[in-house]
Design a protein around this ligand. Structure first.
Ligand code: G
Ligand code: G
Ligand code: MN
Ligand code: NA
Length: 254
């Protein structure tokens, strides 16, 4: 397949870049976190989004190398921003199931943190419900090991996967990210607002923070604020930004 060959070459030729999407803390109105989002600068197709190549990277096993690069580069970048005086902002990184299943994963994270000088407390790893449920016993071990080193975890796209409540209780995760499909429909009168509200209540009962994802309108923001959501991410706050623009956005908040 042409795309697969291109993807292999992309790793060697360093065609990937990271954008960062800010997360706003509604309690103090500051950017508290940025989520690293990969893009592929394809020599002919231009900027290609992750939906177009992450699935293939997962099928072909290339995700391991790509995922390692994302972790290394985003941690390096955040450490650099911190060295330039940007403080109090954490980094969130998306993980694929195969990365998480690699027995060397916790060690790799520890090494990356050492190499880049990024404090573990600045790193948040986003896992999906399918990672959480793939092999719960192993997953819990890996999460506990990394949490003991200071790394934190969030559940991404909450409500769209298996949504087992047992892992929410069992795993030491810190944050629940409500999927944007629910946030999008909070004014549609089709139950989405109830799901958001109940998810926030559940999270808080369990001692978790909540991020509302995909917030695009002031009405959606008002709703989330009203029902106690403490953090939001979405185009209303900011689109994903280049590294350069992210640095400016973070600097402006100092
Ligand atoms: O960046 P965009 O908003 O188009 O992201 C689309 C999807 O790709 C999201 O589900 C996001 O979690 C995923 N994604 C973005 N960057 C990465 C990455 O570095 N690794 C993995 N595994 N998924 C990513
Ligand atoms: O699955 P994950 O939450 O990692 O997905 C992040 C993806 O969501 C990225 O592709 C990002 O570009 C996209 N995204 C972020 N904010 C918004 C938004 O407000 N609206 C829409 N439609 N997509 C968004
Ligand atoms: Mn995410
Ligand atoms: Na999500």
């Amino acid at each position: 397949l042409a795309l697969e060959a291109d993807l292999r070459r992309a790793i060697d030729e360093k065609q990937f870049i990271l954008h960062y999407q800010p997360q706003l803390d509604l309690l103090d109105n500051r950017i508290c976190c940025v989520e690293a989002l990969i893009r592929w600068q394809h020599p002919r197709r231009g900027l290609v989004g992750p939906f177009e190549f992450i699935p293939m990277a997962e099928e072909t096993g290339l995700i391991a190398r790509i995922g390692n690069w994302v972790l290394e580069e985003s941690c390096r970048q955040m450490a650099e921003w911190r060295a330039r005086g940007i403080d109090g902002v954490r980094l969130a990184v998306n993980l694929s199931p195969a990365q998480f299943a690699d027995p060397g994963f916790p060690e790799r994270i520890a090494n990356i943190l050492t190499r880049t000088g990024l404090p573990a407390s600045c790193l948040e790893l986003e896992i999906t419900e399918s990672i959480a449920m793939a092999s719960p016993v192993e997953t819990e071990k890996v999460i506990r090991r990394l949490v003991s080193e200071g790394v934190s975890f969030s559940i991404d796209d909450f409500g769209t996967g298996y949504s087992s409540l047992s892992y929410l209780r069992q795993f030491p995760i810190q944050t629940l990210k409500i999927d944007r499909s629910f946030v999008k429909d909070v004014d549609a009168g089709n139950g989405a607002s109830d799901i958001c509200e109940i998810s926030i209540l559940l999270a808080h009962k369990l001692g978790l923070d909540v991020v509302g994802e995909g917030v695009e309108t002031p009405e959606q923001l008002d709703f989330l604020r009203r029902v106690g959501c403490e953090k939001v991410q979405g185009f209303l706050v900011s689109r994903p930004l280049s590294a350069e623009s992210t640095e400016q956005a973070l600097g402006a908040y100092r």
